[in-house]
Design a protein around this ligand. Structure first.
Ligand SMILES: NC(=O)N[C@H]1NC(=O)NC1=O
Length: 213
């Protein structure tokens, strides 16, 4: 991240100024850790050079910075919704192998990365919020068995928006979706990627007020 203090002071940050922090991503991380609101507006988003843009938005789709790098060319975005739509358009235009690739870089829920501490920060928070970091030994082994069965069947890991679920609904969905036909299940999984992306984006960019009453 090559945003120096002078450039940063021009940025629109909500909350107390944190001048000693170098780099927007660090700032965003710190705001998250301290629970302070720290968001960018769309004008700031549009002003970011591509390396900063990729640093900030590179994980709105888990471990797929190439998506942020690609949609950067579509600036200026008229709104957060416009940025979001560009990301979805990119995903939808991918061949099936590309969509499967997006799913395959997702970590298993309550899997090796959670246990080994190697999740991305976003994923760690999401899995924690769904209660997946406090599963009983029996729940961990049930989740592992179902995850393995799902991967063997579909060829990609089970993906669900953890923030919109809890451990009970995740286990239930895992069992239910195992029965889906493959093409339908891939579409369902990509829809979940978009839900995760939407929540991650909204944590980073201020929502424009609607003009509608
Ligand atoms: N496998 C899977 O669903 N992973 C994810 N879900 C979510 O909300 N965050 C993730 O990393």
């Amino acid at each position: 991240m090559n945003v120096d203090a002078r450039t940063m002071s021009e940025y629109y940050i909500i909350g107390p100024p944190l001048r000693s922090v170098h780099g927007l991503q660090l700032l965003v991380t710190l705001c998250r850790q301290t629970g302070q609101q720290c968001s960018m507006d769309i004008a700031l988003v549009n002003s970011l050079p591509y390396d900063d843009f990729v640093d900030v938005f590179g994980n709105v789709v888990e471990r797929c910075p190439i998506i942020a790098a690609a949609v950067w060319s579509g600036r200026p975005f008229s709104s957060t919704a416009d940025l979001e739509a560009s990301i979805y358009e990119f995903i939808d235009a991918l061949p099936e192998s590309g969509k499967e690739g997006i799913l395959r870089v997702h970590p298993d829920l309550a899997g090796r990365d959670l246990q080994g501490g190697t999740l991305t920060q976003e994923s760690r928070e999401e899995q924690g919020q769904a209660g997946l970091d406090t599963l009983t030994a029996a729940e961990v082994s049930r989740m592992a068995r179902l995850n393995t069965e799902y991967k063997r069947h579909f060829g990609f890991p089970f993906v669900i928006c953890a923030r919109m679920n809890n451990k009970a609904t995740i286990l239930q969905q895992l069992e239910e979706r195992l029965g889906n036909e493959c093409t339908r299940e891939k579409m369902h999984a990509i829809d979940e990627v978009k839900k995760i992306c939407r929540l991650r984006l909204h944590a980073l960019v201020v929502q424009e007020r609607s003009n509608k009453l």
